[in-house]
Write a protein that binds this ligand. Structure first.
Ligand SMILES: Nc1ncnc2c1ncn2[C@@H]1O[C@H](COP(=O)(O)OP(=O)(O)OP(=O)(O)O)[C@@H](O)[C@H]1O
Length: 863
């Protein structure tokens, strides 16, 4: 260390503290990286790797990025899984004695990186603590100041479900949780970190000092406290803008597990993984980022409280039926800036003049918005009307102080409006009129001294001076201080001229400094009101989502669902909101649905591949979710008895990374459903059992169906799509089970999909027809048809065997007294059928012979 240059020594000392981060070390207008950090960063960021002399005859690898464009480079490193520590110069280099003081000002990780470009989604950081048999989870979005906590029983599946709702970019757990760490690493896409947890007492202190959220349940203290402590340590700011803290119970919302969220494509489509063809993509007609983020939350957490749902529906209905007002509100909302995210900008002190102007423009629309809202009587809209703070004082402050064309940087001046501050006006005047001031001074001195050719000039050595020619020396007053003698003239300065010089030369710098200082004062005055801004932001978000619901209801002809506590789910002409958008409204065939706790508890849906079974089942779940969000639904009529949980088991989601087979994944999902479903749940099973051999699969499907249908076991409303036509037998055996099929019309070798759900089972799979549609070569199809014929014949034989055996058994028991002498022989023959390796045809022959013998014996007896 001794031989290193002082700066390199300083670097090494700081780097020691953040070994696991890439250190951005501020040097003038650049952030430089050294040694291993430079090698890694230059590769990841595709920037040149150079070197710097360390002072000990060695060269350190080095690379750098300009200060003003650092954010995009940081974003890239975070994206690639690195942590970045920012080290700033914390004193003015001009005033530094020796090396400039530098400190780490922030550590940026996925959960604390605020990406200005992605504002329609939250960026959550989560902290999980484990206590006795519970998980406590806390989620914070540093950019908006939202914080949520919940408690979960110690169930890893439930943990994943809850994490899935927030999709946090970073998860923190205690260093002692090795197993949990491995599990999360394997099952989450989040950046998982183990940190040193502090104890309860320390957590209480952190919470008390840092946030403004009132009393917190004791069981949550470790997760809230450790999360805050981590944030304070890495961000080095105060988090008192976290005021919107919500503790919620998972069971107070419609519970949608993570598989179902994916299967139903609630927030992103499965294939493109984009929000475009998801439910969120269709429903999002919001005009503000605040609204868009809230909508996502509402989709992930639909309600179960009928009153609250109807409050939302009432508002949507009123907005929908007052079209012209809706249009005006939408227009006003579209002029609003993301004022919710301003809170973090204030806290990080990186608000600029443009942000304040955007805030002003957002506030500008509030009075008009409030006026429009005054005409509504729906409770929720009324609450927004009454609660909406129009922030006039903040508007007035910004309007009177900040220039409309203020620059983004705060160190260039031009921020403060004329007339706001006398000193700014004066300095600006000096700066603008410096020449004029010198001319005025020159004129004044000529008059005072009577020297007609007195002239003011400037040179680098002693600045502004007064020049007097030889012939006028006698008129020079005493207050003139001689500075230079030339051949024909002398140069003087005066106290007044030096003052003027200081003002002229210093005015610009002073102006910049004063404007910056005033800006900070204005910023701090607004920051003191941040709670009011946040409150307004949350009302705007709710209003925006309600308007979005009204808009999609109008554009897509959705109806208001009748949501109540009952058990019935009924839609007339229901549609799938996303598929109908994709294929065009006119091309989508609507279908009815009737589900209840009695006659229509379990619907077994058969039909060829491609007929529309999955679409239909997803449509039912989506309509329920939409209704429970308080949104109108794609149907002509809808009654929704509240559902507590929605489950689905759809398709083959191969999970190679987890080392589980497709069938294993399928069965664990089914197991999860059977464990957690209640009579108030809605379950979707799409071809359960398909992942294994036919008989195993059929038996599992059968048993699962019996179990969910049985009121003493689960008795949940269930949609069960299957290719096992044998299952349709259950309609006769279990009350509440109904067979439906998606209808098709056969035309020669082709089939026409009618997409209509009708009563009754379907006894053909039409698999070969669909294969033909898919373009399988005709030769292969022909061979498949041959094989199918053989298999069907064998199947008929098997059915006949079953029938004969039944008949024989019946005869045998009825007539047992007549031919007891043959008992052993007959039993032997029947039993042997199961163990002998014989063809169905041979078995049929044996049974026929047997039946023949019995009949003969009977006849003999009768005679
Ligand atoms: N009601 C409908 N109206 C119009 N088109 C529909 C309808 N339902 C489904 N479709 C179209 O049919 C396609 C296939 O539907 P879906 O995937 O639901 O069939 P499926 O019966 O589940 O098939 P498989 O058994 O092969 O999984 C959908 O992608 C959609 O384009």
């Amino acid at each position: 260390m001794q031989e290193l240059t002082p700066m390199m020594q300083q670097y090494m000392e700081i780097k020691q503290k953040v070994k696991d981060c890439i250190l951005f070390f501020r040097l003038g207008d650049f952030y430089e990286m050294f040694f291993e950090d430079a090698i890694v960063a230059s590769k990841e960021l595709e920037i040149a790797l150079t070197s710097r002399d360390c002072g000990n005859n060695e060269k350190a690898p080095m690379c750098g990025v300009p200060y003003h464009s650092a954010t995009s480079y940081i974003a890239k490193l975070i994206e690639k899984g690195y942590k970045v520590a920012i080290c700033e110069q914390v004193e003015d280099p001009k005033l530094a004695k020796g090396i400039v003081k530098r400190e780490i000002t922030r550590i940026i990780t996925p959960g604390t990186f605020i990406d200005e470009n992605i504002s329609t989604a939250n960026n959550f950081i989560c902290c999980i603590s484990k206590d006795r048999s519970e998980f406590a989870l806390t989620f914070v979005d540093v950019s908006t100041g939202e914080m949520y906590s919940c408690l979960l029983e110690e169930d890893l599946q439930k943990l994943l479900n809850e994490i899935g709702k927030y999709n946090p970019s970073e998860i923190l757990i205690s260093r002692s949780e090795d197993e949990l760490y491995e599990f999360l690493k394997k099952n989450c896409t989040s950046f998982v970190q183990m940190i040193e947890f502090v104890d309860l007492q320390k957590c209480y202190e952190v919470i008390e000092n840092q946030i403004n959220v009132g009393k917190i349940d004791e069981r949550l203290i470790l997760s809230v406290g450790n999360l805050l402590k981590y944030l304070i340590e890495t961000q080095k700011i105060s988090f008192d803008y976290i005021r919107r803290y919500e503790f919620y119970r998972v069971q107070n919302y419609l519970q949608i597990d993570i598989n179902t969220k994916r299967n139903l494509e609630l927030t992103e489509s499965i294939i493109q993984r984009s929000r475009k063809n998801s439910l969120l993509g269709i429903l999002d007609q919001t005009k503000t980022s605040m609204g868009s983020r809230l909508l996502k939350k509402w989709i992930e957490r639909p309600l179960i409280d009928v009153i609250e749902i109807n409050r939302r529906l009432d508002s949507v209905e009123q907005l929908k039926s007052n079209y012209s007002i809706l249009v005006q509100i939408e227009e006003l909302l579209s002029r609003m800036y993301d004022i919710e995210r301003l809170s973090s900008k204030f806290a990080y002190k990186n608000v600029n003049a443009k942000d304040l102007l955007s805030l002003k423009r957002s506030i500008e629309v509030l009075p008009a918005l409030k006026k429009l809202l005054s005409s509504f009587s729906a409770q929720l809209l009324k609450e927004i009307y009454e609660g909406l703070d129009t922030l006039e004082d903040i508007y007035a402050l910004i309007d009177s102080s900040i220039n409309e064309d203020a620059p983004v940087t705060l160190k260039e001046g031009g921020i403060i409006k004329d007339g706001f501050n006398e000193e700014v006006d004066r300095l600006r005047n000096i700066s603008k009129n410096s020449k004029e001031l010198l001319v005025q001074y020159e004129e004044k001195e000529r008059n005072l001294t009577g020297i007609k050719n007195l002239r003011i000039g400037y040179n680098k050595v002693f600045g502004y001076y007064i020049e007097v020619t030889k012939s006028n020396y006698s008129l020079v007053p005493d207050r003139y201080i001689r500075k230079q003698t030339l051949a024909n003239a002398e140069r003087y300065i005066t106290e007044e001229l030096k003052k003027l010089e200081d003002e002229i030369l210093g005015a610009d710098q002073k102006l910049i400094e004063l404007e910056y200082q005033l800006f900070c004062e204005i910023r701090d005055r607004i920051e003191a009101q941040i709670e009011r801004i946040q409150k307004t932001a949350s009302y705007i978000a709710i209003l925006d989502v309600l308007c979005s619901f009204a808009r999609i209801a109008i554009d897509n002809e959705y109806v208001r669902p009748n949501v109540c506590l009952g058990d019935r789910i009924y839609f007339k002409n229901g549609r799938h909101p996303v598929v109908e958008k994709m294929i065009g409204r006119g091309n989508f065939i609507p279908n009815d649905t009737e589900l209840d706790q009695a006659e229509n508890r379990v619907l077994i849906i058969t039909g060829p591949n491609m007929a529309g079974k999955s679409t239909y089942m997803r449509q039912v779940a989506l309509i329920v979710i939409m209704a429970q969000m308080g949104c109108f639904v794609p149907a002509d009529e809808a009654h929704i008895g509240i559902v507590d949980k929605i489950f689905s088991r759809i398709g083959a989601s191969d999970d190679i990374s987890s080392g589980q087979s497709t069938f294993m994944v399928e069965m664990s999902e089914v197991a999860n459903i059977l464990k957690n479903a209640t009579p108030k749940s809605l379950i979707i099973f799409d071809e359960v059992g398909r992942g294994t051999s036919t008989y195993d699969g059929l038996s599992i499907a059968w048993a699962v169906l019996e179990y969910v249908a049985d009121k003493s076991k689960i008795g949940a409303k269930t949609l069960f799509a299957t290719h096992y036509h044998e299952l349709t037998e259950l309609e006769e055996r279990i009350p509440g089970v109904k067979n439906y099929r998606v209808d098709v019309k056969e035309e020669g070798k082709n089939i026409i999909f009618l997409r209509k759900i009708v009563r009754g089972g379907c006894d053909s799979s039409y698999g070969i027809h669909v294969a033909r549609l898919a373009g399988i070569p005709e030769e292969v199809l022909k061979r498949a048809e041959e094989i199918l014929k053989q298999l069907e014949e064998a199947d008929i034989n098997r059915k006949n065997i079953r029938k004969l055996r039944k008949e024989i058994k019946k005869e045998f028991t009825e007539q047992i007294d007549f031919f007891s002498y043959k008992k052993e022989e007959i039993i032997d023959k029947i039993e042997k059928l199961d163990i002998l390796n014989i063809t169905p045809v041979q078995a049929l022959n044996i049974l026929s012979e047997l039946k023949h013998e019995i009949i003969k014996a009977k006849e003999r007896q009768l005679i």
